[in-house]
Design a binder for this molecule. Structure first.
Ligand SMILES: [Zn+2]
Length: 229
């Protein structure tokens, strides 16, 4: 049996850049530790522009490519796009079933998703709620989405969920050795960064401040939900 320490990590977020702007250091660390990390993007971020000459289709294609580029920097095993409309993610049995199927396919010990309990972008809240529900109880129970079982995918118990963007973060991951990889991954999201130089400068300043507060270490914070498996 795979232990939580060695098992794959499934990262389920609403938009390209959500994971890389918050958690790319942890992802780089997990990959360096030999874990498979898979990203699931529920939308392709097709509304994230204020350029009147841009189209939603072109923006989605651009942002998917940016996310694939960041995935290559981080060494992800897979990057999966579900292509729900940006701003239009709804909690449906079909959407939940897609996440359940991915959990039963990749069999992660850890699922990383967005905190549904904190007020933030509606897509973030919806994706977080659906991903948590998919872990427990839907992926675990044989009579939920039995078509997966018929296809040969057994049920799966996720051990832990790490929530991004939580106001009640209780878990820190030391990413001091991965800050350059994190910066490189974040900078792949070119369409979302108005001024790359200022972006990097701002980020480095924040890193230095965080270092001062934390005895030279840089961390990323999550709220951890532990399921009994
Ligand atoms: Zn987002």
């Amino acid at each position: 049996m795979t232990t939580v320490e060695a098992s794959p990590v499934l990262v389920v977020t609403a938009h390209p850049d959500d994971a890389d702007f918050s958690s790319a250091g942890s992802v780089a660390r997990w990959v360096a530790e030999g874990r498979d990390v898979i990203y699931v993007l529920c939308t392709s971020g097709d509304k994230g522009s204020d350029d009147p000459n841009m189209t939603s289709e072109r923006l989605a294609a651009t942002r998917e490519q940016e996310q694939r580029n960041a995935g290559a920097v981080l060494g992800l095993k897979d990057v999966i796009f579900l292509r729900y409309p940006d701003g239009g993610v709804e909690e449906t049995p079909e959407f939940r079933g897609q996440i359940v199927k991915l959990i039963r396919t990749y069999r992660p010990g850890i699922v990383v998703t967005q905190d549904p309990f904190r007020w933030q972008h509606r897509d973030h809240r919806t994706v977080g709620r659906v991903a948590l529900d998919a872990c427990f109880p839907y992926a675990r129970d044989i009579f939920h989405y039995p078509e997966h079982i018929k296809e040969g995918l057994p049920t799966h118990k996720v051990a832990e969920v790490y929530l991004i963007g939580s106001a009640e973060a209780d878990t820190q991951i030391d990413v001091t050795d991965y800050v350059e990889t994190r910066m490189k991954a974040a900078r792949c999201h070119v369409s979302q960064i108005r001024d790359p130089e200022a972006f990097e400068e701002r980020w480095r300043k924040r890193l230095e401040e965080a270092k001062e507060k934390n005895e030279g270490r840089i961390t990323e914070s999550f709220k951890k939900v532990v399921f009994r498996v």
